[in-house]
Ligand binder design. Structure first.
Ligand SMILES: [Zn+2]
Length: 200
């Protein structure tokens, strides 16, 4: 039964993502190094392949070197995985800030590139209604870091006439790059500092 639920969940998730656009976005990122710096690109790949050196991954890679009891650098309670960071109780203020700023960024970027005259309140309302703000639900905004864009977000951009291909990908790259950078600077790097202290 559990397995069936998982399969069901997975197939629902597949339907929430616009794969055609996501795959193309990934290809553009791969060949267009002008747009994204090399380090950020590698960082994205590590997240996509689940190769970020989190505690869980390090314990798996070097079980003789790392203590099995070693947990999340922030809360010291849960297993440290990429998904855990977003739910970690110790850094919920940071996560909520990232979320809040991403909403503002989305509004700004749509206003900047849309050819419509925009009702700002209506736009903010539509952004708030996106399903991706509920962290841990089937599809949340952290998927953007893997270049996986929801059909809902594409619909929103279309709604504001951001449809022309070049423009659409330019906007998407800025959105996905933004989340990636926020995670790197506000969660991953502070986490590494704690880690270094721990290892001393
Ligand atoms: Zn934690």
């Amino acid at each position: 039964m559990l397995h069936r639920n998982k399969v069901y969940r997975q197939s629902n998730l597949l339907r929430l993502i616009d794969w055609k656009i996501s795959l193309k976005l990934n290809n553009i990122n791969q060949y267009d190094t002008l747009f994204e710096d090399h380090y950020l690109q590698l960082f994205r790949i590590k997240i996509c392949c689940n190769e970020l050196p989190t505690c869980v991954n390090l314990k798996k890679r070097k079980p003789d070197l790392y203590d099995e009891d070693w947990r999340c650098n922030f809360c010291k309670i849960e297993e440290e995985t990429f998904n855990h960071f977003w739910k970690c109780s110790k850094i919920q203020n940071v996560v909520q800030d990232i979320l809040k700023r991403l909403k503002i960024f989305l509004a700004k970027i749509i206003q900047k590139y849309s050819r419509d005259n925009i009702d700002t309140q209506e736009l903010k309302g539509k952004i708030n209604e996106l399903g991706m703000w509920d962290i841990g639900c089937l599809y949340d905004f952290t998927f953007l870091m893997k270049n996986q864009v929801s059909c809902q977000l594409i619909e929103l951009l279309k709604c504001y006439k951001i449809t022309e291909e070049k423009l659409l990908y330019k906007v998407l790259k800025q959105i996905t790059g933004r989340v990636l950078l926020e995670f790197k600077v506000l969660i991953w790097e502070p986490r590494n500092e704690l880690q270094i202290k721990e290892e001393k």
